[in-house]
Design a protein. Structure first.
Length: 511
């Protein structure tokens, strides 16, 4: 190679000015630039409130992010009265207006202070600070710097309390390490729920002690006939724990009564005709159904949901309910009338795809809307009657839709979805006639019929996942494609540094 060697490249300091404090995705609620700046250096100390082990963990996490690329020691030390300078993480009851997830970031010539009511707010503030540092901060080897942040104040709280991403680990299985990698990517955009689609026709992915063949046999393949896989209980708990360390709550989904071939293949008695079908490795939907009339069906569901609830600290159990094309409408309603109380019995909240609105959603239930038109009257009626909504319109949020006709991965049944399409809708008004107050938030599902590697995940999720994250976090008044695309463009070098194989959409002015 001629010209720049690694040595001279790493010796040359960057000469670019630090970005404005507003150059963050999702857009912060309020930004006040004050001039000045702070440069993290070999002298910088991270101060944390001693009394909060969780806040201490956030401080250590920040140090872990910054140390490899900066090469600085960045010791994490207790915050004592009168401390100023360096990086300070502080918990303050005065910040009550910041709510559970909000934070304030103050940058002066002396240091950076992140203040929040809860550790989750500190964590989100850390993600903002991270994005305000040069993209090279994401490298895991020492980089030149300087590590300068613009002066001013960011005051930030989320628009919605539910900001989710779903990974379909059923059509193709993803290992614990792959899920954790995605969790890290989601955390950067303040996503706070990880929905795992744990069962479908092609695979059952969670060990259930009372029905061991579900995972052992039902998990033994995937789309295309690969070896599949499943999570042991310990592995599932590891994912739950890792997600929690990034302030994401796991929402496990057992899809039923349809999308159940893997279970039906594992246990013959679950079939109305008593005969187990073969395992399925294709990509059709709507052909399978649990046997609604049989008592064993509900013993099975009780066992599965009891074991899953015991492993899941989060409030939701997702019971699927989509595309039950082989279940009559009457059977579907009868089935949901019996299954929802089982979720409640195990002290969890029902989350289900929006077809639940065709049955009788129980009090407190949440429907995940995946339609493309925004006109489903049953869902509007349910929302008016108190069912809350997570918005996942397929033509905007489905990360498995192709960007354009030449996208190699993905499907196109909901249309091609460029990043501008992903961004250009409003969760509060998309389902026409539903009260805006029913909307709990948004979710971006990644179905995996065609997705099987980290690079596939990266290519389909980026840059669209950050678009959905911004709709979930940022105030509606800041919704602006022309401003978003510029902030999004600045994320590209960060994804390069993180090894994310993103789609270089021609709609975005990448640097
Ligand atoms: C529809 S949308 C499905 C999934 C498929 C997906 C592919 C919904 C709740 N169900 O079974 O994987 O389309 O895009």
């Amino acid at each position: 190679m001629v010209g720049v060697t690694a040595g001279t490249a790493s010796a040359a300091p960057r000469d670019t000015a630090p970005p404005p404090l507003s150059q963050v995705v999702p857009a912060p609620a309020a930004v006040h630039e004050s001039g000045g700046s702070y440069t993290i250096g070999g002298y910088t100390v991270i101060r944390v409130p001693e009394g909060s082990p969780e806040a201490v963990r956030v401080g250590r996490y920040l140090a872990g992010l910054l140390r490899p690329s900066t090469g600085y020691a960045l010791p994490v030390r207790p915050l004592t009265a009168g401390d100023e300078g360096g990086i300070v993480l502080a918990l303050s009851g005065h910040g009550t207006a910041l709510g559970d997830e909000g934070y304030r970031l103050d940058v002066t010539n002396h240091g950076v202070a992140i203040t929040a009511k809860q550790p989750s707010g500190l964590f989100h503030g850390v993600q903002t600070l991270r994005q305000l540092l040069p993209a090279a901060v994401e490298e895991r080897t020492r980089q030149p710097g300087p590590w300068t942040v613009s002066g001013g104040t960011v005051t930030d709280t989320p628009r919605y309390s539910y900001r989710g991403a779903m990974l379909d680990v059923s059509r193709h299985f993803f290992t614990v390490a792959q899920v954790e990698r995605y969790v890290d990517q989601l955390a950067l955009y303040k996503i706070n729920y990880l929905h795992l689609h744990l069962s479908d026709d092609q695979g059952w992915r969670i060990a259930i002690s009372s029905w061991p063949r579900l995972a052992a046999y039902g998990g033994s393949t995937e789309v295309g006939g690969g070896p599949g896989g499943y999570y042991t209980k310990a592995q599932y708990e590891q994912i739950v724990h890792y997600a929690a360390s990034r302030y994401l709550t796991v929402v496990p989904e057992i899809d039923m009564p349809a999308h159940t071939n893997a279970a039906l293949a594992s246990y013959a008695p679950l079939n109305c005709n008593g005969a187990a079908p073969p395992l399925y490795t294709g990509t059709n939907v709507g052909f399978s159904s649990l046997c609604v009339q049989k008592a064993v069906t509900y013993r099975f569901i009780d066992d599965v949901l009891r074991e899953l609830a015991a492993l899941t600290p989060g409030p939701y159990l997702h019971i699927g309910g989509d595309e039950a094309h082989s279940t009559s409408a009457a059977d579907y309603t009868a089935f949901m009338d019996r299954v929802q109380p089982i979720v409640a019995k195990y002290r969890k909240t029902v989350l289900a795809w929006h077809e639940i609105a065709n049955a009788h959603p129980i009090a407190g239930a949440v429907a995940q809307y995946w339609g493309t038109a925004g006109t489903e009257q049953s869902v509007v009626a349910a929302a008016k009657a108190g069912t809350r909504l997570v918005m996942s319109p397929a033509n905007h949020t489905y990360l498995d839709m192709k960007y354009n006709p030449s996208t190699k991965l993905g499907l196109s049944w909901a249309g091609y979805t460029e990043v501008k399409d992903a961004y250009s809708w409003d969760p509060a008004t998309f389902l026409r006639g539903a009260p805006a107050s029913a909307v709990l938030g948004v979710e971006a599902p990644l179905w995996s019929e065609t997705i099987s590697t980290n690079d596939h995940i990266g290519y389909m999720a980026f840059p669209r996942l950050p678009a959905i994250a911004e709709l979930g976090w940022s105030p509606a008044a800041l919704h602006d494609w022309d401003a978003f695309k510029v902030r999004l463009a600045a994320q590209g070098p960060r994804w390069d540094a993180l090894g994310i194989d993103y789609y270089r959409s021609p709609q975005v002015p990448w640097p």
